[in-house]
Design a protein around this ligand. Structure first.
Ligand code: WT7
Length: 584
């Protein structure tokens, strides 16, 4: 079988794709016309909650299942659009009774439990800005983000509270209130309330606040190579892109059962794990448990999932377990599979055919872009290894920046940085803690993504790599600086440098090179202790590998040369080492 092209046979489509002709939709599309996909307020005001929740809960979809929730213990709960709306309304009421204002930041530190979804929408209804945190973060990354984001209210569980929040609360003067989801009921701790008690006190109805398209709605932290995590702020306008990409990229139809496996602690889990499917009025699956191959196949089979959005790491692990495991289940409900977050190996795209009878559709985007920008589409031929074609309304070019000059790369197969013409609805509006870094991403009306790619003769984009040292582990973006800072707080650690080490499954793993302070011995016992220290501070983003070194390679100006460590680790040429400080 020829596998460098996977063509689509229109006679075999289970459903006619919403976008049957890519070229003509791309040509004719305008974001203004796409507003017809929304139910804006009569005066044209926006609210993400209105589009994803209200219009269904208060319309013909009221009794339709919005969320089919699967608990760790095997529980199964169905939540209709109306149920979700009532809970969200009560949460919005609770925010008002706590005097939370429009624009105040509501942080969510929850695993995938139903309360997460009610709080998410309630906060938006009340005009607050929602900032989801990954619940597997340790106390350090959580504190950093709450502090930078000036979180005014936090929703979390009793367990997370006692294990992580209690000890950092003193450092967070802006954090006025905490709502706790748990069994223990009301607490005596100041400014800390039981979530359910607080919600029960509220009226069942809340009028969603009309917001301007540009009013802030979502805050997603992301990592760069240097400095603290960056808070990418998104506006209510983003819902236009979520809705349109849900319809034309993920091809969502009303009767789909959609499952996005990403956690809402990351942007995919919000844009496509909540907003896009609900805005398109479908039923979505939420699984509380972590990845497990048999469990996932069982969910697809039992719940008859039709459209599935997952990650290259998960697909690679399934591939390793073999196609037979997939074929042992009845996964015939599936009609489309998508992937995002890191490069998707061409073998994985093709393996989809063997295991599921369907190819995997790669999609490309970033926290900053808020929604899918490049994608493989239901109706379009797939070229395994390619990220696909730009989404309608999105102008993507490859550009080389040299100072003030922009060089547009039009030559087929030549490498350039992916740049997107500014102005699409889900474009981030700032980095809250670094307006300068934000400005640095733009030039002459183009947003520069930091990703390098090539283009083929038909306009398909092919990922080449990133232009920075940021780490991608299981699809999660991890800033080396944040990990290094935490490691350096261990009393034995003098210097730390952290790199992404290639890993067959996770794409990369976090590897730390450490030099020790005088008086400490590089013993296996100490290494174990430092591993544990990392996990305690950082949680899931802690180093998985540690090497001790006498001293770390530095430039003459004293900067640690991560690139050199990485080249040595990978056995690659060391490149220009002329600035390397003579080792002591
Ligand atoms: C970075 C953005 C987009 C939601 C999840 C990640 C990498 C993303 C692909 C892909 C190769 C990809 C890029 C990008 N990336 N999708 N299909 N092929 N690389 O959002 O955490 O902001 O990460 O993930 O390097 O810049 P994020």
């Amino acid at each position: 079988m020829r596998t460098d092209r996977i063509s689509k046979d229109a006679s075999k489509f289970r459903k006619p794709p919403n976008m049957d002709d890519y070229r003509s939709l791309y040509r004719d599309f305008s974001w203004d016309a796409a507003k017809s996909l929304l139910s804006l307020f009569p005066d044209g005001s926006y609210n993400i909650a209105r589009e994803a929740l209200d219009r269904h809960a208060l319309g013909k979809n009221a009794e339709k299942i919005a969320i089919c929730w699967l608990g760790i213990e095997g529980e199964r709960r169905t939540i209709t659009y109306r149920d979700l709306k009532h809970q969200a309304d009560r949460f919005a009421g609770a925010l008002q009774s706590l005097k939370m204002d429009i624009g105040d930041r509501v942080f969510l530190l929850l695993d995938r439990i139903p309360e997460l979804y009610s709080a998410f929408f309630g906060a938006l209804e009340a005009g607050c800005v929602v900032c989801p945190l990954f619940s597997a973060f340790g106390p350090d990354p959580i504190a950093t983000r709450l502090e930078l984001g000036e979180g005014a209210l936090l929703v979390t569980t009793e367990d997370q509270y006692t294990s992580k929040i209690e000890k950092i609360r003193d450092r967070l003067p802006e954090l006025k209130h905490i709502l706790l989801v748990g069994e223990n009921g009301p607490t005596n701790v100041k400014n800390t309330y039981d979530y359910h008690t607080q919600l029960q006190k509220q009226p069942e109805l809340f009028e969603t606040m009309p917001m301007l398209a540009d009013d802030p709605a979502l805050l997603h932290f992301t990592s760069g190579t240097t400095g603290k995590p960056k808070g990418a702020l998104h506006a209510h306008h983003a819902v236009l892109a979520h809705t349109a990409t849900g319809k034309y990229a993920l091809d969502l139809h009303e009767d789909d059962i959609f499952w996005c496996t990403a956690d809402p602690g990351w942007v995919t889990g919000i844009s496509y794990g909540i907003i896009a499917p609900l805005s398109n009025g479908v039923t979505m699956i939420v699984d509380q448990a972590d990845f497990e191959i048999e469990r996932w196949y069982e969910i697809i089979q039992k719940e008859k999932v039709t459209v599935w959005y997952t990650s290259p790491t998960a697909l690679r692990m399934m591939m390793k377990a073999g196609a037979a495991a997939a074929r042992a289940c009845d996964l015939s409900s599936l009609r489309l599979i998508f992937s995002v977050g890191e490069p998707l190996n061409p073998e994985a795209v093709v393996w989809g055919l063997e295991a599921f009878g369907l190819p995997i559709h790669d999609t490309w985007w970033q926290t900053e872009t808020g929604a899918i920008m490049i994608s493989n589409y239901a109706s379009q031929e797939i070229r395994p290894g390619s990220m696909g074609l730009p989404f309608p309304g999105v102008n993507v070019r490859l550009i080389r920046r040299s100072g003030e000059k922009l060089e547009f790369i039009d030559k087929i197969g030549e490498e350039g940085e992916i740049a997107i013409q500014a102005g699409w609805p889900s474009m981030f509006r700032t980095y809250i803690n670094s307006a300068e870094k934000y400005r640095g991403c733009f030039q002459n009306g183009w947003y520069f993504t930091g990703d390098l790619a090539k283009r083929d003769a038909d306009g398909y984009f092919w990922f080449v790599g990133r232009s920075d040292d940021v780490i991608k582990s299981s699809g999660h973006l991890i800033g080396p600086f944040e990990v290094e800072s935490a490691m350096m707080e261990h009393p034995a650690v003098a210097e730390a440098a952290v790199i992404g080490k290639p890993d067959e499954m996770a794409g990369q793993i976090v590897k730390a090179f450490l030099s020790l302070r005088k008086g400490f011995d590089a013993s296996p016992v100490l290494k174990e202790e430092i591993y544990a220290f990392g996990r305690k501070r950082l949680g899931a983003v802690a180093p998985r590998e540690i090497d001790f070194m006498d001293s770390l390679p530095k430039t003459r100006s004293g900067k640690i040369m991560r690139r050199l460590l990485k080249a040595r680790e990978l056995g690659l040429p060391e490149g220009d080492t002329s600035t390397l400080e003579a080792s002591r």
